[in-house]
Design a binder for this molecule. Structure first.
Ligand SMILES: [Zn+2]
Length: 509
């Protein structure tokens, strides 16, 4: 059984469900974050398909401070915003906030992958007072929370510490404030110069009500508060959060002991590896979600995440010669399994990767297309060759599918092709005398007005009349035109390259 269907099957009786996932929009979002988005989407959809009620909420933690500068940002411009909530920082371009800019960027990618989630910005929940109750509980139980921190993760806070950080009204930073003395209505706070290494406070001291969006809880407290406020029943996270004494355990203990609510079902998932190593967000090719989404059609990218159960790492190195062609092959096997009802797991995985209506389509193997793109100039020639291979007329759905795959094959060739040498060189020297004679004849007698089939037959008959076997005949043509022993149907190839050009080439051989 498909892994998401198993999870849904085990949980469907506890319906209705709120499936939640989220991210701090602190810069370009790494492709690894797509794994969480897709895992939750697949579970949500499996629940729906098993007739359970489910909502999928994706939250962006836009109230979090900027605590590091991505390498692609102008340090001069952005250094001043370290410690400021992401929602209050201007975007690198346009009029949106920094948080909204990168959230939109990421959201666009997952919407294109068919993910259907309700989007929430955490700061808006604070502003609307949705966290007020949780804030009061947390502040009233500050000591218990401190004890939990210490017992579970071993981290010790100052005795005066409160689970709340206001935005400093003087300098606008949230990462630098330290609140104390909760009196049931307000807290005292200082914007400390040296509270954190990555931002400087302004030393402002004041009193403030914690309610209605004046500040936020630290995230180990905010996480369980969100479970309470959203009513989350299923929320997984990267496996590293779920280790003993890790964030998850702290959050779950706070949920039970402080907010008196059951934590959601965890789905502790493994990461995406890049050629065996953990992919880093700061360097290298195609590591942002948006960049990887450009390399693959949405369904195939969905399939990449669906086919590996969440407990196992996905090893994805798009630069390795076989990674992407192999992925397409397995995707094609999934389609076959679905329509021929063979491998049920693979068929369900493929089905879960589909966006919109499921259509049966004929397509060429990705590796086949890569080969054809080296031989053919025009897409029409590829479609003709596809029709010959299919042995039947291409439907409109087939044509669209092939054309779309051609685009991705072109992208692959441009980015990753190991061999960019041009075809049509060398190899002529090992032609036999009869083969050379054949090419001379063809260079004189091929005519512009001949159809593909006529050219095909013409070449075949000329070879035959010279005593050549069909294999020898066509090999001679391929060697001169493509620089290798084999190729597509010769008639199609000659038309694609242009009869005049072909005659010229054959004449020189
Ligand atoms: Zn300040």
């Amino acid at each position: 059984m498909f892994w998401a269907d198993i999870i849904a099957k085990n949980l469907k009786d506890k319906s209705p469900h709120i499936v939640a996932d989220g991210k701090t929009p602190s810069g370009k979002v790494h492709v690894g974050s797509l794994r969480g988005v897709l895992i939750h989407d697949l579970i949500h959809k499996s629940l729906l398909s098993q007739k359970a009620e489910s909502r999928y909420i994706y939250y962006f933690d836009d109230f979090d401070p900027m605590d590091g500068l991505p390498v692609y940002l102008d340090e001069k411009k952005f250094k001043q915003y370290m410690g400021v909530p992401l929602k209050d920082i201007p975007a690198p371009e346009g009029n949106n906030s920094f948080a909204k800019y990168y959230a939109d960027d990421f959201q666009k990618v997952f919407v294109s992958l068919g993910v259907e989630a309700e989007i929430i910005f955490t700061s808006e929940l604070y502003k609307a007072g949705k966290f007020d109750n949780a804030l009061k509980i947390a502040l009233d139980n500050a000591e218990t929370i401190q004890e939990i921190y210490q017992q579970v993760s071993g981290s010790k806070k100052k005795k005066s510490w409160l689970p709340f950080q206001p935005v400093c009204p003087e300098c606008g930073k949230i990462g630098t404030t330290h609140a104390t003395d909760w009196d049931g209505k307000e807290v005292k706070f200082t914007c400390e110069v040296d509270l954190v290494e990555w931002a400087k406070g302004c030393n402002y001291k004041g009193k403030i009500s914690p309610f209605g969006g004046t500040g936020k809880m630290p995230w180990k407290v905010e996480w369980p508060a969100k479970w309470l406020v959203l009513g989350t029943t299923i929320e997984g996270a990267g496996k590293d959060h779920s280790s003993a004494g890790g964030t998850r355990e702290v959050a779950e203990t706070i949920a039970r002991k402080v907010f008196k609510t059951d934590p959601p079902t965890d789905v502790a998932y493994e990461h995406i590896l890049f050629g065996g190593k953990k992919m880093s967000s700061s360097k290298g090719l195609g590591s942002s979600a948006a960049e990887v989404a450009e390399l693959l059609p949405a369904e195939v990218l969905r399939f990449l995440f669906a086919r590996v159960p969440y407990q196992r790492a996905i090893d994805f190195d798009p630069t390795a010669a076989k990674t992407i062609p192999d992925l397409f092959d397995e995707f094609d096997r999934g389609q076959k399994a679905y329509f021929e009802k063979t491998n049920e797991d693979l068929a369900s995985t493929w089905m879960a990767s589909q966006i919109g209506d499921i259509k049966e389509e004929y397509n060429l193997r990705f590796s086949q297309l890569l080969e054809m793109l080296k031989n053919f100039k025009s897409e029409e020639s590829i479609l003709k060759e596809a029709e010959r291979l299919k042995g039947d007329k291409l439907t409109e759905v087939d044509r669209q599918a092939i054309n779309s795959r051609i685009e991705y094959a072109r992208i692959w060739l441009e980015k990753f092709a190991p061999d960019k040498s041009t075809p049509g060189v060398g190899l002529q020297q090992d032609l036999s005398e009869d083969q050379k004679k054949l090419l001379k004849t063809l260079s004189k007698d091929l005519r512009e007005e001949m159809s593909e089939d006529e050219i095909q037959n013409f070449i075949y008959n000329k070879g035959k009349s010279l005593g050549l076997k069909p294999l020898e005949t066509f090999q001679a043509v391929y060697k001169v035109l493509l620089g290798k022993d084999q190729g597509p149907k010769a008639g199609v190839l000659v038309k694609d390259l242009g009869v005049a050009k072909v005659k010229e080439k054959l004449g020189k051989s």
